[in-house]
Structures are given as C-alpha cells and as structure tokens.
Design a binder for this molecule. Structure first.
Ligand code: NAP
Length: 280
C-alpha cells in the first residue's frame, strides 16, 4: 500500500449498501486501512456487506437510516461526540435517480423526495457534522453529484436540479472552508450499478446501449479514490460525462438539445415517457 493522506482515517460513506458507495467503502477499508461508517436505509444489505469483508469486518460499522431525515444526523453527531469517535472525512454519496419522465408527469411528492435525498441530505449531514469534522487535521467532505449537474437533458429535470443544487452548494462551501477543510465534488457519468432499477423495464437493447456508454463501477471508484488522493476540487468521470461537460461549456443549450434528440432517436423504452404521451 502506497502512503496516502487518508490511510487509516475514519470515514462516513452514505449509500454504502450498494453500487459506488459500497465499493468505495470496501476499497477504503481493504486498500487504505480506513475505518468506515456506512449509512443506508436497508439494514440487511449493510449486514451482509459487513460479513463479506471477512477479516476486515471490524473496520466497518453502520447506521441504518434515511439520509433525508435531519434528526438522524443530529443524533449521529451527538452519538459520535459521546463515544469519542473522531470522523475525519464525510462522503455524501447516497442518491436516487427518479424515473426518466416529463416534469409535468412527476408528483410534487416525487420531486420533494429527490431533492431531499440528493440535495438536502448533504445539507443536513454537513450541518450536523462539520463542527465535528473540522476538528480533524485532515478534515474533508466529498459530495457525489452527477454529470446531470453539468448539462440538463430531457427527462431529468428533477434529478438534474437536485444534483446542480448539490454542485453549487459544494462549490460555495469549498471557498468558505478553504485551508480548513478539503471539499471535493465528483460528477460521474453513467456507471454500471443498480441505480436504474426504477426505470422502465430495460430490454436487452436498452441494456446494451447503456453498457456502451457506462463506466464500470470498479473503474469509477478507482477514479474517485484517485481524485480524493490528489485532493481535486472537482472531477468529471466517464466519456458521456466529459461530452456533456465540454458540450455544455462550448454549446450551452444546443448541447442539451442535441443530446435529448439522440435520446429520442435511440427509441429506448426507458426514454419513452419523455417524448410520447402515455397510453391510457
Ligand atoms: N450509477 C450512475 O450511473 C450514476 C451516475 C451519476 C451519479 N451517480 C450518483 O452516484 C451515487 C451512488 O449511486 P449508485 O449508482 O451507486 O446507486 P445505487 O447502486 O442505487 O446505490 C445507492 C445507495 O444509496 C442508498 N440510498 C438511497 N437513498 C437513500 C436514503 N434516502 N437514505 C439512505 N441511503 C440511501 C442506497 O441504499 P438503501 O436503498 O438501502 O437506502 C444505496 O446504498 C448517487 O448519488 C448517484 O446519483 C450515479
């Protein structure tokens, strides 16, 4: 193991029961000797992840709660203080991808849920834990947004808004805490995880198309760790994410237009409700 600034540190990772968060937690434990406190709603998944760590399982502890419940963050901060557990790093990774759809088809409850989980959860966790984390000599917070924060596409109004809010919030707090805390922002593109479970049934054609543009989860996590290692302010990962980032910078709304037309032309079932009226 090459020496790295976060070796053996204590790190909270939200969304540690699956996908990017789970693999990130595993690599931080196995490759960097970190103590990881994982957070997610489904306790059974956290338990089986802990068991899967074998001889490293003592390095993983967890709290099963909904990250959009602000009281849980307050209680967690109090519990950490009471037990004298010092947390050095917070990774706000938990998130959901609402079904691709037109804005007019979302209920206000669905919109509120996405904003709560994808954006407010980071506000709540940072509000409760920043005073605690700032006491560490390597205080750090890494927020996982999305390429959707960089360029908005048809069907992603709510998701893009939640991730763009997280990006703006992160960028501002970075400047306020410069020299006291490392604040990183990660904008992944499509990554092979289960996050697409709420999308319309994927045909093998959809699956193939998604696989073509998606980054392998293991590769994505290695890129995230490398970004943390170098203390990068912001990182965009994945070919699709780079195209969206560059396209938006160069072409602005034309990029959103072209990409949305490509989604329509693809004929994929999961994009159907965006472009065609729902059948009754
Ligand atoms: N995969 C992609 O293509 C992609 C692309 C760009 C950005 N991202 C972002 O990367 C992050 C991780 O996504 P992923 O692909 O790894 O998704 P995933 O496989 O669906 O994992 C999401 C994790 O978040 C947890 N979670 C969701 N809602 C939660 C809540 N309310 N409270 C607590 N935990 C919650 C889930 O556990 P429980 O369900 O048990 O709570 C799970 O552990 C997300 O923020 C996502 O927006 C993903």
């Amino acid at each position: 193991m090459t020496k790295c600034w976060f070796d053996y540190k204590t790190i909270i990772v939200t969304g540690a029961s699956s996908g990017i968060g789970k693999l990130l937690a595993e690599k931080l434990i196995r490759d960097h000797g970190c103590n990881v406190i994982g957070i997610a709603r489904t306790e059974s998944k956290l338990v089986s992840f802990k068991e899967s760590l074998g001889q490293f399982s003592h390095k993983f502890s967890y709290f099963a709660f909904d990250v959009s419940d602000k009281d849980k963050w307050t209680s967690l901060a109090a519990e950490l203080e009471e037990k004298g557990i010092r947390v050095d790093i917070l990774v706000n990774n938990a998130g959901i991808l609402p079904k691709f759809d037109r804005f007019e088809n979302y209920t206000l409850e669905e919109i509120d849920k996405a904003m709560q989980i994808n954006f407010y959860s980071a506000v709540y966790s940072m509000n409760a834990l920043m005073p605690h984390i700032l006491k560490s000599d390597c205080a750090s917070i890494i927020n996982v947004a999305s390429s959707a924060a960089l360029c908005s596409l048809a069907g992603t109004s709510v998701y893009s808004a939640s991730k763009a809010a997280l990006k703006s919030f992160t960028d501002a707090v970075r400047e306020e805490t410069r020299g006291r805390c490392y604040i990183g922002l990660i904008c992944p593109g499509f990554t092979k995880t289960d996050i697409f479970r709420s999308q319309k049934e994927s045909s093998s054609k959809s699956q193939k198309a998604m696989d073509m543009v998606s980054t392998d989860c293991d590769r994505m996590v290695r890129l995230i760790i490398n970004s943390m290692w170098k203390k990068k302010a912001d990182s965009v990962f994945g070919i699709d994410a780079h195209l969206m980032d560059m396209g938006n910078k160069l072409l602005g709304t034309v990029c959103s237009d072209v990409a949305s037309r490509v989604m329509k032309l693809s004929g994929l079932e999961m994009f159907r409700d965006i472009f065609y009226d729902k059948k009754n």
